[in-house]
Design a protein around this ligand. Structure first.
Ligand SMILES: N[C@@H](CCC(=O)N[C@@H](CS)C(=O)NCC(=O)O)C(=O)O
Length: 200
């Protein structure tokens, strides 16, 4: 059976969402980031980075949330983009999110509203936002041209980017109407709602 390591309040959200979309049976080990469970020799053998998520799929071990979801889509023959060009688009958007938005969104959310006020660093929030805004401009253009990121339907490309943008559900996205509409459309999917309930 598929095992998913990582708290629903971490980047494991993405993996849980994919497993829910695919209707997979899975065991969820709700390890919090930096928790002692992620520092044991057993866990470090699975993922020497000591981070979550990690999967153990009947002995096949994989880390990196984007790679995990691309693998699961391919293995189960669902939510994979059709054709080489859409597959490439799914890779493009997954790499893009990791580079342009991933850490920036966490840094911004932590320092703008998530951490207790005394621990927030407004300068760090501003630096992160200065990177997020132009990335949202790029996404806005893409979603103005096409309803989904890799083809005519919701695919792993949308899942990977939307899941990683969980924090943006709480941002004012008025300036990016296509992003706003697409992000909420993705998270309104039954699997998205179930995963949101797991983390809120
Ligand atoms: N690029 C990795 C990032 C994984 C990651 O940084 N996970 C965080 C939790 S959201 C973590 O485990 N942090 C613990 C640490 O930094 O030691 C992925 O997408 O899976």
């Amino acid at each position: 059976m598929l095992r998913i390591y990582g708290s629903a309040r971490s980047r494991a959200t993405r993996t849980l969402w994919m497993a829910e979309e695919l209707g997979l049976q899975y065991e969820h080990l709700d390890y919090a980031p930096r928790s002692p469970a992620t520092r044991t020799p057993e866990y470090l053998t699975l993922n020497p980075n000591g981070r979550v998520p990690t999967i153990d799929d009947d002995g096949f071990i994989l880390s990196e949330s984007m790679a995990i979801n691309l693998y699961l889509a391919k293995k189960h023959g669902r939510l994979g983009p059709s054709g080489a060009q859409n597959e490439a688009r799914a890779l493009q958007w997954s790499f893009w999110e990791t580079d342009r938005l991933d850490r920036q969104l966490t840094t911004y959310a932590n320092n703008a509203f998530a951490l207790p006020e005394a621990q927030r660093d407004p300068a760090a929030a501003k630096t992160a936002w200065d990177e997020i805004a132009p990335a949202l401009d790029v996404l806005e253009i893409a979603l103005g041209r096409s309803r989904w990121l890799a083809g005519d339907d919701f695919t792993v490309a949308d899942l990977n980017v939307a899941a990683a943008m969980y924090r943006a559900l709480f941002f004012d996205l008025t300036k990016w109407p296509h992003v706003h509409e697409w992000l909420h459309r993705c998270w309104e999917r039954p699997a998205g709602k179930r995963v949101r309930a797991m983390r809120e």
